[in-house]
Design a protein. Structure first.
Length: 91
């Protein structure tokens, strides 16, 4: 007895669409909070989605750009203030 449906091509395609959208959303949110965490995740998801030939290529490219922008913002804040943009201890 099989408990799951057999894999199909459509499932893989939807996964890459989800990765592209998640990359965009995480990159966008990363500009405001937790850019050191969300930026690299957005970059990785965007690269995976692009390598798997997602139909949402523009969204994946935006996610990649926003992920890189997250890291640039972090570097600028660290250079300007002498610390990261957020702190675990709130100080």
């Amino acid at each position: 007895m099989r408990l799951t449906a057999p894999p199909s091509r459509r499932t893989g395609r939807q996964d890459t669409e989800g990765m592209a959208v998640a990359s965009f959303v995480l990159g966008l949110v990363g500009l405001l909070v937790l850019n050191i965490v969300l930026g690299p995740i957005a970059i990785v998801l965007a690269v995976i989605a692009l390598r798997r030939d997602t139909p949402r290529r523009f969204r994946a490219w935006l996610g990649l750009g926003l992920g890189v922008a997250d890291l640039v913002v972090l570097a600028l804040l660290a250079a300007g203030q002498g610390m990261a943009s957020w702190s675990v201890w709130g100080g």
